[in-house]
Design a protein. Sequence first.
Length: 323
Amino acid sequence: MAVNTTEGPTVAPRRKMNILFSLTLILLLLALWIVLGFWTDKFWTPLNITNLMRQGSMTAILALGQTFVIITAGIDLSVGAIVGFCTVIIAWLLQAGFPIWAAILITLAFGVLIGAFHGFGIVRMGLPPFIITLATLTSLRGIGLLITNGSTINIVNDDFTNFAVADFLGIPSLFWMVILVAIPAFIFLHLSRWGRYLFAVGSNREAARLSGVNVTWMIYLAYILSGTCAAFVGILLAARIAIGNATQADGWELQAIASSVIGGTSLFGAVGSVYGPLIGAFILATINNGANLLNLNSFWQRIITGVLIIVIVYFDQLRRRRL
């Protein structure tokens, strides 16, 4: 039996709400940029804008991978640990003399394997996503520290590290990586049947199964995509800081979840987009950047992020009740 893709009575208002919400996020981001431009004369400088784009890019890619998982009503707490672990892997491979392309492919393969392991734990072992990904978070930090004996691995390959500070057409190369990931992600999530299946699994797993969706495969796919995005961010981070260190990206999983939720992804599943988490990531990056320019205590950055999450989730609940 095929999945019914006919639009139901709630689809049109849901789309209108999603469009309105996305426009609100864009206006919020623009408002932040305008206000910060008035409060500090350093915000609109080319150097700061470039740094802001670099800061937000890695969180944006991480949030995008997290979004695939959250749409299925799951969660991936391991993405920050995957990032740190993959900085170690690619640094070790480059130090061992592997070509850059081979080191990148092998590191991405680790992301795929970790994501597949999460899918196996959830589908075959019956473990909650929170538990299996929390266990991976802890384990990967420990494995990375064992590999490095608690130290760092320096990356001396200039061809690799120069990429992170390079620009193309005046835009940082790291931001181009966001575009590189976002375009196929948009096609997959919004224009393909696999994307529809992902939403169906998050909406009602049993109904999706009865409609012919291979629920097992879709859960595997969601976590593989999340793990691959995290591994890719690990590669980019290693290029930027020129070291492999298992303790890097500590807490980034929370930044990814926050960016996705602020971008309109519902923690209840079945609601999300590609553009929302990207905007959410740059809203957080703007808040952090502005707080640094204004010499605002870093604790306030966390408070503001927490308040934003509460407000967004509250309105998400109101939206669900109306639809």
